[in-house]
Each structure stands twice: as C-alpha cells, then as structure tokens.
Design a protein around this ligand. Structure first.
Ligand code: AMP
Ligand code: GLY
Length: 445
C-alpha cells in the first residue's frame, strides 16, 4: 500500500521511520517532510493545509492511507474532505473527523464533553467578551494560581497560569480583547490542578482501542523545569509513576468513557487520541491524591512524545493503522519494547524566543547513529536521530526551526538511555546548539 504522511516535524520523522519498517508499506510519501524524512520516503512539496493538492496527489499516486501528523488539518476537516469526495473516499484516513477534532480545536467543547461523560477534569466555566464581569466573579471563587485557556488553537501558547487575582483579571481582559486572535474570543477559566503530568496515547478504531506506551514530556527550556514553555525539550518512556494501578484508573475512568462518549455523540474517530493527564498530588472534587485527571485532549500524537513512543512499539504500525481504519483493531497485536527510551531535543540558541536559522549541522553520520531503516538489533547499540526543524541546502543539512533534531536512545533503565542520548547530543554540532541534560532524571530509578 502507498501511504501519505502529512507533516514536517520530529513527530512525522518518527512516524515515517516506523511506517517505513513495515512490509505493508510500499511507497511512503511525506508532505512536506523535512531533511530527515527523506531517508524513509519521498518528500512532496505540498503543505498540510492544501487539501485540493493532497487529494489530487492521492489519486495520482494511488494512495491507500493518509496518516495525519499535526492538528491543524484535522481541526480544519481533512477527514471530511477525503470522505466527502467519491473519488477519494476509499482512502483510509488516520485521524478524527472535523467534529471529533473539536476535542483539541475547542477547549470549551472538550470541557463540555468531559462533563457530559463524567471524565475527571478541573472544574471550569467559559466566558466571552460580554461576560467579563461574570468571569471575574468566577475567578474570585477559585484559589490561586488561576488557569486561563484560549478556547481555540493557539500554537500551544494559549494557556496562562497566573499567580494573583489581579494578573488573572488583566490577562483575561487581554485574552478576550484578542491576545490570541479569534482563538481567545472565548476563554475557559478552570481550577488549578497540582501534580505531575504524563502523556497517554490511545489508538482507536472508534470502538476498540490500544493504549500505547506512556511518555513524560519536559516542556520548559531550562533544566529542573525552569524558564519558559517550549514545544517540548525531551521525553522519556516508560513513566514509572504511571504504574498498573494508575493505568487501570486511566483506562476505566478516562479511556473507556472517552471512546464511548465519542460513539454516543456520533463523533467519528479513527486515529490517535492524546490524553494530557495529571496525577494529582492532593484530593480534589471526589478524586484522591494519586488519581489521574485530564488536563487536555489532543487529536494527534505528541511531539516529541512520538520520538519515544514509536521506538517502543515493536508491532507493525501499518498493521495497527489498518485495524484503526477497518474497525478491527481488536484483532491486532500491540507488542511493546520493554526497554526504556529517552529523547533529547537539540534546539536553536534563543528558542523559544527568537533564534537564527540556516546553521550548518554536522556529526549526524557518526557511527553512533543508526542510518535509514534499521533492524531492531541495530538500534540496540546506537541512537536514532529524528529530524524536526532541518532543511537541505546544497550538500549540507541546516537548521530550519527552533526544535532542530531529536536524539532517541534505548537503555535498560531511563538513566542509561539518557546517558546514551547525551553522548549523541554532544556529537551533533551546529552554532547555538542547546539541550537539556536532565530528561527523565527526576523519574530515573
Ligand atoms: P495545554 O495547552 O492545555 O496543554 O496546557 C499547557 C500546560 O498548562 C499543561 O501542560 C499544564 O502544565 C498546564 N495546565 C493546563 N491546565 C491546567 C490546570 N487546570 N491545572 C494546572 N496546570 C494546568
Ligand atoms: N509535546 C506536547 C504536544 O505535542 O502537544
């Protein structure tokens, strides 16, 4: 089968790496891809929002499956676009319908969904610009810190956590006045949850589901979780605190009601569900310290979570995705690599603020790194590179984004996987390179 993967980040590089290992994958195309994805398939110069071009390309290349990496095309209805065209509708699309993608596209929708299905989440209310005074009264009923969320997509920047009521009121005004454009025309105000976060990924065909390896994202730029938020500076998997007891609660209280709720509401969903969870450290509502609650839904894989999750999936991903699209995911096996994996993201100096692009990168051909499609035995001793923001310029590979390249390593423990990724991170050179040296260290046993 010919497969088209949409996206251009580290997530898509990791998905491409995994798809290309499947005997069921004949030709893989990545639109638009990056300098790393071209090791696994053919990059195609089409943007993820160009639905007409994507449709034409699928016809020309006899594409049997589209795997959607980022949220934008899902929220904008790529699923419905393909299924609504008689020439394209037989193509399997991995990702939710536009209506179901509202779980990520609208925080107000997601909160309403969780409330309707009794899924544990922070108490909340939503307000528009005409309800500012009412919103302030609601803020006064909450305890500091105050959590304000732009309802719509805001490139991961739409959540503000404010220490004082004064700041919360001020920022609320600014949000309602268009701080995030149309995305903050509605603002969700919610209760602050205290605890430790993890990312749980679920693959569903709309009825059955598989829970993929759990990851922990390190979002802050600085070591020890300090400084501004980024798209993600690294990840580790497994997450020791997401033990059997915790995951049992996740499955019973969150995964099952989410999938049942989607069905009940007629929301078509065949793809990845990303549950941003928190293990609360104190009792809240009817829940107890140690219980999972939902911080957010995303309708795609995480980045850089995917860079640790894909390497830990031993089963054929194409086989699993066929199960997703064909409704027989229960017939497919999910084998997970027992080893730990740690991803360290190398970023451009200045990120997440302003940074320069076009810096020549070297060191990626070191024998410590696997090259191209690999056998499991090969990856045991080496690290895997997943390109994120890279581009080819003449004969060189240059930086082309804030997050540049991910180094993923396996190890018998998180510490050993981290140590190996550190060796890899040192070998890659580009001007301004920065990375965190403590990914997974707080959890390492
Ligand atoms: P989101 O964009 O929804 O992922 O939110 C970004 C980050 O804000 C999350 O990863 C959490 O660290 C934090 N956050 C969001 N909602 C809450 C909440 N209710 N309580 C505490 N932290 C939160
Ligand atoms: N790493 C978090 C995300 O992909 O949203």
């Amino acid at each position: 089968m010919n497969i088209l993967l949409l996206g251009s980040g580290g997530r898509e590089c990791a998905i491409a790496w995994k798809l290309a290992q499947s005997p069921k994958c004949e030709q893989l195309f990545i639109a638009p891809g990056n300098a790393g994805t071209s090791a696994y398939g053919l990059n195609v110069p089409i943007k993820v929002g160009e639905f007409d071009k994507i449709g034409e390309f699928c016809l020309q290349q006899n594409i049997g499956m589209i795997v959607v990496g980022p949220e934008d095309p899902l929220v904008n209805g790529i699923y419905d676009y393909i299924k609504g065209d008689p020439r394209l509708q037989a193509i399997r699309v991995i990702g939710p319908s536009r209506a179901a993608a509202q779980l990520e596209g609208s925080k107000d929708f997601a909160k309403g969904f969780m409330t309707r299905h009794a899924i544990p989440t922070a108490r909340y209310r939503s307000f528009n610009a005409s309800q500012y005074d009412e919103a302030c009264l609601f803020l006064e009923q909450l305890q500091a810190p105050y959590v304000l969320k732009a309802d719509g997509l805001a490139a991961g920047k739409g959540v503000l956590i404010l220490p004082t009521l004064d700041e919360a009121r001020r920022e609320l005004r600014a949000m309602l006045d268009g701080m995030f454009g149309a995305a903050s025309a509605i603002v969700v105000i919610e209760e602050f949850l205290s605890g430790i976060e993890c990312s749980v990924f679920v693959l569903t065909d709309g009825l059955h589901y598989k829970i993929l390896p759990v990851a922990k994202d390190y979002k802050r730029i600085g070591e020890g979780d300090t400084g501004p938020n980024t798209g993600g500076m690294g990840n580790c998997s497994p997450v020791p605190f997401a033990d059997e007891q915790f995951m049992h609660k996740v499955e019973e209280r969150i995964v099952r009601p989410t999938i049942a709720g989607l069905r009940q509401e007629g929301l078509r969903y065949q793809g990845f569900i990303f549950l941003g969870l928190i293990r609360i450290d104190r009792d809240i509502q009817q829940y107890h310290a140690g219980d999972p609650m939902v911080i957010e839904y995303n309708v795609r894989m995480g980045d850089p979570e995917t860079e640790v999750v894909m390497p830990r999936i031993q089963s054929d991903l194409v086989e699993l995705l066929l199960g997703v699209a064909d409704g027989d995911l229960d017939q497919k096996a999910l084998e997970v690599d027992p080893r730990a994996a740690v991803t360290v993201m190398l970023v451009s100096g200045g990120y997440p603020g302003s940074y320069e692009k076009g810096k020549v990168m070297t060191g990626m051909d070191n024998p410590l790194f696997t090259q191209g499609i690999v056998s499991p035995a090969d990856s045991a001793r080496r690290s895997i590179l997943f390109h994120a923001g890279t581009a080819r310029k003449d004969d060189a590979i240059v930086t082309a984004g804030g997050r540049v390249i991910a180094v993923t390593s396996y190890g018998p423990t998180l510490s050993e996987a981290l140590a190996q990724s550190m060796r890899g991170a040192e070998l890659i050179q580009f001007e301004g390179k920065y990375y965190r040296r403590d990914i997974g260290r707080d959890l390492a046993l």
